[in-house]
Design a protein around this ligand. Structure first.
Ligand SMILES: NC(=O)c1ccc[n+]([C@@H]2O[C@H](COP(=O)([O-])OP(=O)(O)OC[C@H]3O[C@@H](n4cnc5c(N)ncnc54)[C@H](OP(=O)(O)O)[C@@H]3O)[C@@H](O)[C@H]2O)c1
Length: 301
């Protein structure tokens, strides 16, 4: 059934979405959006296994092989993007040009100018843009962020252990999450960055990044993608001496659902998303750009 045959099934007020990418994370997005909206159509690279997964688990969603055809579909209000990172920029821009609200996985783009262009494109069109910095929507992280509003963070340690193999560099795969978390906890961008490790190289599995937020406030980000144990840890020390500790094994589905609901609420209310909106995501990409440059400088030096 073509997407345009589906209009009669629409419940009043239900957002209708097209989803790009049906890989490991795209499937989670399809599941999450299906719980809160109507997934009308998906597109992917054409791999049979992922198409079969869609047909078996979400038979009412159509599949098309071209992103542009999906973005132009008049029935959908929004596009969610979980295609490979290098496609985020062009696909988000295409969806905005078609008048669709955009939920795009992290990172928003892989250079600061492209990120700024996307933010402006959404602004001039009056469309909503939210980026999938999913940990920001974890309820426990939200609590720590709230409680550190009046008791500011002095030091924060982020540790991430994963087990490979991996094809994306740490810079675009894992750092967007922790840079977003650190900026959200410190409520500003870092003044300086220091890098140990070739974070922009897909072969690099171990690295450490220090973010200096000024006035003695520091965040340390440590990665090990060869760890037999899969775990993410965050430890925060505040001005009053209070310690907040958070740890998670793989990302909990509720955080993704919270992110999807936040996006849908922003679209319904006609306002920017409260968390992880375009302007915030631009700041994250700017910091990632600086980290990438610092890493290259370190390798040359
Ligand atoms: N927020 C989070 O916590 C989180 C976690 C993991 C990943 N992510 C992000 O999600 C994105 C996808 O990661 P992943 O791990 O799911 O990757 P993946 O498993 O490699 O899946 C990529 C998907 O994109 C599809 N694809 C390839 N070319 C395409 C095109 N031109 N248009 C549309 N789809 C296309 C692939 O098609 P086939 O089906 O043909 O292979 C596949 O379905 C990345 O940007 C990553 O940063 C976010």
């Amino acid at each position: 059934m073509a997407p345009t045959d589906r209009s009669r099934h629409r419940e009043a007020g239900t957002m209708r979405v097209g989803i790009s990418g049906l890989g490991r994370w795209g499937k989670k997005l399809v599941d999450a959006f299906s719980r809160h909206a109507e997934v009308v159509v998906c597109c992917s690279g054409g791999g049979l296994a992922n198409r079969e997964w869609l047909a078996a688990t979400h038979p009412s969603a159509a599949w098309v092989n071209a992103f542009d055809a999906m973005a132009a579909e008049p029935l959908i209000d929004a596009v969610a993007i979980a295609s490979p990172t290098h496609l985020h920029e062009v696909q988000a821009a295409g969806a905005l040009r078609c008048g669709k609200h955009v939920f795009v996985e992290k990172p928003l783009a892989t250079n600061a100018q492209a990120a700024v262009n996307l933010m402006r494109s959404a602004e001039v069109r009056g469309l909503r843009l939210q980026v999938g910095h999913t940990f920001l929507f974890d309820r426990e992280i939200e609590r720590i962020t709230r409680e550190t509003a009046l008791d500011p963070v002095v030091t924060a340690k982020f540790e991430w252990h994963k087990s490979g193999p991996f094809t994306e560099p740490l810079l675009w795969a894992l750092l967007p999450h922790d840079v977003a978390l650190a900026m959200s906890l410190y409520r500003r961008a870092p003044e300086a960055v220091r890098v140990r490790g070739a974070v922009a190289d897909a072969c690099c599995d171990k690295a450490r990044v220090d973010l200096d937020f000024g006035s003695g406030a520091q965040a340390t980000l440590a990665y090990d993608r060869r760890s037999p144990v899969v775990e993410k840890r965050v430890e925060v020390l505040t001005v009053s001496g209070r310690r907040h500790r958070w740890r998670s094994r793989p990302m909990s589905p509720p955080a993704l659902d919270n992110a999807v609901v936040s996006f849908i609420e922003a679209v319904s209310a006609g306002r920017d998303p409260l968390v992880s909106h375009g302007a915030f995501a631009v700041q994250v990409v700017k910091v990632l750009d600086r980290i990438g440059t610092a890493s290259l400088d370190g390798l040359r030096g």
